[in-house]
Design a protein around this ligand. Structure first.
Ligand code: PLP
Length: 433
């Protein structure tokens, strides 16, 4: 595959921007080579700066659930933009998106819009701390909730430790009140949370952990977290920035045992524009400014163009029977992969939740915790990624990242992908011998 123009653009970008990128994984460090520069996207494909047409499973890291440049989304954005890009005032587009979201939220819940998932979770934590008057937050190893200081923590050794920062520049004080727990370990989590007792403000967890592999949790584990949080008078925050509107249940945390007190959203509800949201019962949300003492604000929060993109995306998804279609495509990918993998007799598994999938390499069982992922498998992913690119298929440039389907993907896309997986997996395992 020709990558001359993309490489040239990357060289120029590196002169002007740190690492050449605006977000680190895009730099392709985990898979090697220069990143691909897209110039236009349509449906399930995009065309890059060298004229290659690539089948996309990154889909802007999830938001593009109805595909690239869906005509209805483009029309909504264009019509809104013609009337003004931003006012910094309340706008009817935010009311319409809030009303659409309220169809999927519990009765009596409200929504506050922000411009990213990071902001949504950061605000949800502040709200939980402000509402409970407590400081401690518990999070899980392998769960990503954006790049705010207090959430950039990883576990030390041992079952549950107070976190140390996983980024330079995060002051110790920012993570002092963040407890890091292991996924899929009820006893460890419940014991650690009980020890924190009435200092615990909230437990935050991804609706389905999907930022360090796709680590689908057992319902009992989630129910235990729910129960102990209730017992301690703490909140459960389900971070659905990534999984929201990507599984048949739409908001998975309402059904998987978490039964959260707050839900954070992003990605799909912005349809490719910068959006995040915090949702919770009106009584809790009343703690946010201007009604309450918990401050939150944003110049571009509730931006009309972004609201219109999100609303149009959700409307298209509904009108096209999107969730059923995504499930159909996901099931085809999954069953096709299972038969290819069985034919190859390789230790590989495909984990799937609705329109999200992840390849677990070097394992016969699907991991449920970050620790259960073999780090050697990432070398194989690198070979796999390169092979797929050569065959015109774009996967996320890291083996820890998930893939995303859209309603614009077709049966032919899926079948071609399965065939390519078969060939590239063989290459990946051969090259590691
Ligand atoms: N929460 C989850 C679960 C995410 O997956 C992400 C981003 O991938 C975020 C929060 C942060 O969202 P953003 O990148 O929009 O700040």
């Amino acid at each position: 595959m020709q990558r001359h123009n993309s490489s040239k653009l990357f060289e120029k970008a590196k002169e002007l921007m740190p690492g050449g990128v605006s977000s680190p994984v895009r730099a392709f460090r985990a898979v090697g080579g220069a990143p691909i520069y897209p110039v236009r996207g349509k449906g399930s494909h995009f065309t890059d700066a060298d004229g290659n047409r690539l089948l996309d499973y990154c889909m802007s890291w999830g938001p593009l659930v109805v595909g690239h440049a869906h005509p209805k989304v483009v029309e909504a954005v264009t019509e809104t933009a013609k009337r003004g890009l931003s006012f910094g005032m309340p706008h009817d587009s935010e009311i319409r998106l809030a009303a659409r979201l309220s169809q999927d939220l519990p009765e009596g819940w409200q929504v506050r819009f922000v411009s990213s998932g990071t902001e949504a979770v950061m605000t949800a934590l502040r709200l939980a701390r402000g509402k409970t008057g407590r400081d401690v937050i518990a999070k899980f190893t392998g769960c990503y909730h954006g790049h705010s200081d207090c959430l950039l923590v990883k576990a030390g050794s041992g079952l549950a430790t107070f976190g140390t920062a996983s980024s330079a520049g995060v002051p110790e004080g920012a993570t002092n009140d963040v407890l890091v727990l292991g996924l899929d370990d009820s006893t460890g989590a419940v014991d650690a949370l009980r020890k924190v007792g009435d200092r615990l403000a909230a437990v935050v967890i991804e609706g389905i952990p999907a930022n360090n592999g796709l680590l689908v949790q057992r319902a009992e584990f989630l129910e235990d977290l729910r129960q102990v949080s209730r017992e301690l008078g703490a909140m459960v925050i389900a971070d659905e920035v990534l999984v929201g509107y990507r599984t048949p249940s739409v908001l998975v945390s309402r059904e998987n045992g978490l039964d959260p007190d707050l839900i954070t959203l992003g990605k799909v509800i912005g349809g490719g524009m910068p959006v995040g949201a915090i949702a919770g019962p009106a009584e809790t949300m009343a703690s946010l400014a201007p009604d309450g003492p918990v401050y939150q604000a944003g110049t571009l929060s509730g931006n009309p163009v972004a609201m219109s993109a999100g609303l149009a995306t959700l409307e298209v998804l509904e009108a096209e029977g999107g969730q059923a279609r995504l499930e159909q495509l996901g099931a085809r990918l999954e069953s096709g992969f299972v038969s290819v993998a069985a034919g190859l007799s390789l230790p590989v598994r495909l984990q799937r939740a609705g329109s999200i999938f992840w390849l677990a390499l070097d394992t016969e069982t699907l991991p449920r915790s970050a620790e259960a992922i073999a780090s050697e498998s990432m070398d194989k992913y690198q070979t796999l990624h390169q092979g797929m690119l050569e065959r015109g298929i774009y996967l996320a440039p890291s083996g820890y990242e998930v893939g995303f389907l859209s309603t614009a993907h077709t049966e032919e896309d899926i079948d071609r992908t399965i065939e390519a997986f078969g060939e590239c997996l063989q290459e990946a395992y051969r090259s590691s011998d």
